[in-house]
Design a protein. Structure first.
Length: 558
């Protein structure tokens, strides 16, 4: 009896005496579905049980195609060996299905390889590589100036082998000749001919030897860089010169059996190389003008080396249309362009931004009733101080929504509501609430604990350099400094009476860095007098040295 796969058949034939009977052994089944087999060895796979003997089975990956198929592999199939394999490319995500092996692979042919760094399919490995095995190309180390290029061969793994055979340039004053070259020192009628040879000096630089040599044959003359028989016809080539016989073969100029210089029989170029009409040598690289295409067009071992700004950061567009990218090759390869694309201009509005991307912020007639637009605000800038004079952020055009107002105030919480009294001009006229120094329609900054009340109106650098003095907001600079700085609690900054974190946030050149420095501006938030323990809830322009100059006032927003 042949072995059957449970889960495929509903019944099992067994001999009983001279009769064959259908028996259902150790299973529960509905003949319209799969058998649930409970033979020993199949406890964990009742619907994937393959019978090994009359009393035992084993779990397998599949008994039919359906058991292999999932949402990500909808065409998987089950082999005769009960193994799930791919059926089509649909089962392989970004890869490809090798139907003959049932494996998902990176590539089956070159067109499957989309990366410019690995454009070739190494079929034996079923993955993409940077070169075809056996190819040869000219090369040179990227960090060394070479005078003789080397070569490198593509390995079976599709990777270039190390560059070999290159020679580094020497610090030579001049290069008058190539090592081994002959220079005739006698007329081509004089026998025996005289010549000198190009050789390396003690520094490795090529120079002409000072000692003349004599042609070995008594009837030889020196002609065209070689010793040849005097009876030779006019020389057709120079000794050692090369030329292309055709695309795949090369010829070298050398002596024939009579000692005359002639073109020698053609020789095939090395595997992977062809004969270049431009250089008249065998090469795997045909030199041509370098273009921007991630290739070594001029065969110097360096792709795109003449395009020195490749990969550098760049920007396109102005204002809100400005976009950042990097320099990449243009489509025609003649130059570089920025990879970014500028945004689309919008209608200019009074918001402190260059909406129409013309390079100018808030230009044009943007406000109703011909009001001016100043730094994103329609209307004439306001001083913001109760006495009509600013002492900090004095450039109202640049800072229309924040100012520093000088004056005296008593030791009360900086968040105490304004009394609307005229006060603060002298010590005898100290304000009962610090906010009384702010004009109507303005409030002491950060009074509600929101750090954005400061952050959206001014930068940390502007806060520190806006002018002399100590001008404070109604907020302490942190919540807790142990074990690390804590800043936010339910979205608000506190106004605590004492401790290392209690000092009020401060703007002005006399402010200092406290224990914690990132309450509003990361690592740039300043406070009035660090570690003085006179906090936001004890704001007092009469205490400490130097004394507080005034308060920071912010324009109310609708």
């Amino acid at each position: 009896m042949t072995r059957k796969a449970f889960g495929v058949k509903c019944m099992w034939w067994l001999p009983l005496g001279m009769l064959w009977v259908w028996v259902l052994v150790g299973s529960s089944v509905g003949c319209g579905g799969e058998i649930q087999v409970t033979l020993p060895g199949c406890e964990d796979c009742p619907n994937r049980c393959l019978r090994e003997s009359d009393k035992a089975g084993k779990c397998v990956a599949c008994l039919n195609d359906k058991q292999c198929q999932t949402e990500s592999a909808p065409t998987n199939r089950c082999t005769d060996e009960n193994v799930c394999v791919c059926g089509t490319d649909k089962d392989c995500g970004n890869g490809y299905c090798n139907i003959s092996t049932g494996r998902c692979v990176e590539c089956l042919e070159d067109k499957n390889c989309q990366s410019p760094d690995k454009p070739f399919c190494i079929r034996s490995l079923e993955r993409c590589g940077e070169c075809k095995p056996g190819d040869i190309q000219g090369c040179a180390p990227s960090d060394i100036q070479v005078c003789v290029k080397g070569t490198q061969q593509c390995k079976s793994s599709g990777e270039w082998a190390p560059c070999e055979g290159w020679e580094a340039c020497k610090n030579c004053p001049s290069v008058p000749c190539a090592v081994g070259e002959i220079q005739c020192k006698s007329q081509n009628t004089v026998t025996p001919g005289k010549y000198v040879v190009c050789e390396k000096d003690q520094d490795g630089c090529p120079v002409w030897s000072t000692q003349e040599k004599t042609c070995t044959g008594a009837n030889e003359v020196c002609d065209n860089g070689a010793c040849v028989d005097k009876s030779c016809p006019p020389q057709e080539c120079t000794a050692g010169a090369t030329r292309c016989a055709d695309k795949d073969n090369i010829q070298t100029c050398g002596k024939d059996s009579t000692g005359c210089l002639v073109w020698q029989p053609k020789q095939p170029c090395p595997s992977g190389a062809t004969c270049s009409d431009k250089t008249q040598t065998c090469t795997s690289c045909e030199p041509k003008e370098e273009v921007c295409n991630q290739k070594d067009d001029n065969c110097d071992g360096k792709p795109d080396e003449t395009f020195t700004d490749l990969g550098q950061a760049c920007e396109v567009g102005k204002g809100l249309c400005k976009a950042s990218g990097t320099k990449i090759c243009s489509n025609d390869g003649k130059t570089t362009v920025c990879s970014a694309s500028a945004g689309t201009p919008a209608k200019e509005i009074c918001n402190g931004k260059d909406d129409d991307c013309d390079g100018t912020v808030d230009n044009g007639n943007l406000c109703p009733n011909n009001q001016p637009c100043n730094n994103g605000i329609c209307g004439t800038p306001e001083p913001g101080c109760a006495d009509g004079t600013r002492e900090l952020f004095t450039n109202m055009q640049k800072f229309p929504l924040i100012t520093g107002c000088k004056g005296y105030f008593r030791g009360e919480s900086l968040r105490k509501s304004r009394t609307n009294q005229s006060c603060g001009a002298s010590e005898n006229q100290a304000c009962p609430a610090a906010e009384d120094l702010c004009a109507k329609g303005w409030h002491i900054c950060a009074k509600n604990g929101d750090p954005n009340d400061l952050k959206t109106r001014v930068s940390g650098d502007d806060c520190a350099t806006a002018g002399a003095g100590l001008f404070v907001a109604a907020s302490s600079h942190c919540i807790n400094s142990k074990p690390q700085c804590s800043y936010m609690q339910s979205g608000s900054l506190p106004c605590t009476p004492g401790g290392l974190c209690s000092e009020a946030i401060c703007c002005g050149s006399d402010c200092q860095k406290g224990t914690c420095t990132s309450a509003v501006w990361p690592n740039k938030t300043l406070c009035a007098r660090p570690k003085s323990f006179i906090g936001c809830a004890n704001g007092n322009s009469f205490h400490g040295s130097p004394t507080l100059s005034g308060v920071l006032c912010c324009k109310d927003t609708p």
